[in-house]
Ligand binder design. Structure first.
Ligand SMILES: NC(=O)c1ccc[n+]([C@@H]2O[C@H](COP(=O)([O-])OP(=O)(O)OC[C@H]3O[C@@H](n4cnc5c(N)ncnc54)[C@H](OP(=O)(O)O)[C@@H]3O)[C@@H](O)[C@H]2O)c1
Length: 241
């Protein structure tokens, strides 16, 4: 089996996911570009390869059971194992998000992609991750999912949100449960907050660049064997739950 580290980044065709893939490719890793749209995926793969990265396309809609199973089969065939999974794909679910006005469908879309999608992809990739000597899983969360920050009267909480923010709280809880179940394995699983980053997700209103937003995921993807698991981190350190 290849000595090269093998990674999969979901939602890697643009935004923070693209920059995570570029940074991991820059480390000499082989990087699967998980993306649901064929054209956007192939354009990203071509751009990353032109920049010197060993990137390959992985058709992947995180909400699609059969598609996710097929993605795992493709990685098995291409690489035989997976060392690092970055669950980056995410959506707001739409607007409005105020709890008194939100449509149930908006909540469902956010949870289906941001939480169930992560569980679906993680579980499909686990057999491949278990073949790695040092598996790492990074779940792209958000500090808006921090209940401590949401209830801090002086905190930066983002807009009132019963869908997106709550889905990230849910994702944090799921991350902790994975860490508990996998505590006696070499798998390290953590949640990351990229900070408020200028991407399509927020109409490019974020104040950080996608490269800056990618940095914490890269750090958690490259943790040493004695690194943390079941934690929530941003560039500045631990994010409170
Ligand atoms: N930007 C911020 O300020 C910020 C802050 C905190 C956390 N985050 C988190 O960071 C992650 C990346 O967001 P971003 O800001 O880079 O947003 P983005 O530019 O909108 O990128 C989101 C990515 O997720 C993909 N995606 C969405 N639904 C998918 C699905 N069902 N299957 C596969 N891929 C799917 C999108 O693909 P398409 O191109 O096909 O739509 C796109 O590649 C998200 O989890 C987000 O919640 C972002």
């Amino acid at each position: 089996m290849s000595e090269q580290t093998i990674a999969l980044v979901t939602g890697a065709n643009k935004g923070i996911g693209y920059e995570i893939a570029a940074a991991l490719g820059g480390l000499g890793w082989r990087v699967g570009i998980g993306a649901r749209d064929d054209q956007r995926r192939e354009a990203a793969v071509a751009k990353l390869r032109a920049g010197g990265a060993d990137a390959f396309g992985v058709p992947l809609d995180v909400t699609d059971d059969a598609g996710v199973t097929a993605a795992a089969a493709l990685i098995d065939q291409q690489a035989g194992r997976l060392d690092v999974l970055v669950n980056n794909a995410g959506v707001t679910g739409g607007m409005p998000q105020e709890p008194t006005a939100v449509a149930p469908a908006t909540v469902r879309v956010a949870v289906e992609t941001n939480v169930i999608g992560v569980i679906r992809v993680t579980n499909a990739m686990l057999p491949l991750l278990r073949r790695s000597a040092a598996p790492r899983i990074v779940n792209m969360s958000s500090s808006v999912g921090s209940l401590t920050r949401q209830t801090d009267p002086h905190g930066e909480t983002g807009p009132i949100s019963a869908a997106y923010a709550a889905s990230k709280t849910f994702l944090n809880a799921v991350t902790v449960q994975y860490a508990k179940e996998l505590h006696d394995t070499p798998i390290l699983i953590n949640a990351a907050c990229p900070g408020y980053t200028a991407t399509d997700l927020n109409g490019f209103r974020g104040v950080r660049t996608p490269e800056q937003g990618a940095a914490i995921a890269v750090r958690l993807a490259t943790l040493p064997d004695d690194g943390p698991t079941g934690g929530f981190f941003e560039d500045a350190g631990v994010v409170p739950w």
